[in-house]
Design a protein around this ligand. Structure first.
Ligand SMILES: [Ca+2]
Ligand SMILES: [Ca+2]
Length: 180
């Protein structure tokens, strides 16, 4: 259904729902699009502003959205009580638009204790030692310890640059725990 934007403007708008879901239902009036898809509408313009009739037109709308993926890893699969292990969570934006205010949360695992001041934020290929030190308190940096919840707030993650392990479209956060 198209609606004219005003009285005799000759400009019409319309919308069709979009959704990203695993199941596709045919003829349900919904467009299934993935990130970075361009949707093109072709139509016949019955009469345009110059009074030309039945002109073939094509309009396109680019659909771009962020698409975040996280991968968690641990430095040791098993370790004796008292030893420190490092958790890392790699984040990556596989979408065609920047992601804003990305919050990564993790809980201190059972039978471990968080190592105070051990949160770090680094580049995708960063080691723990090379990553920036974050404080546990809620302040201007990305890290906050809230009880046993570890939180990282990343203000902006750029759109996918298509290059693995580099760029501002990805990065890594870290924290340490001690096995009890
Ligand atoms: Ca902090
Ligand atoms: Ca990249």
């Amino acid at each position: 259904m198209l609606t004219e934007t005003g009285v005799n403007t000759g400009v019409f708008t319309g919308s069709i729902m979009t959704v990203s879901a695993p199941a596709v239902v045919l003829n349900d009036g919904t467009i299934q699009v993935t990130s970075a898809t361009t949707v093109t509408a072709s139509y016949i313009d019955g009469i345009d502003a110059n009074l030309l009739r039945n002109q073939a037109r094509t309009d396109s709308v680019a659909n771009a959205a962020p698409m975040m993926a996280l991968t968690k890893a641990v430095s040791h699969d098993s370790a004796p009580p008292g030893s420190e292990i490092i958790y890392s969570i790699a984040f990556r934006n596989a979408g065609a638009a920047a992601a804003h205010t990305v919050v990564i949360m993790d809980a201190v695992p059972a039978f471990t204790r968080y190592v105070p001041g051990s949160m770090r934020l680094g580049l995708a290929n960063s080691s723990y030692d090379a990553a920036a030190v974050l404080t546990d308190v809620a302040d201007a940096d990305a890290g906050t310890l809230n009880g046993t919840l570890i939180m990282f707030l990343i203000h902006s993650v750029a759109a996918n640059d298509g290059v693995d392990l580099s760029g501002t479209d990805e990065g890594k956060v870290f924290f340490k725990v001690v096995i009890e």
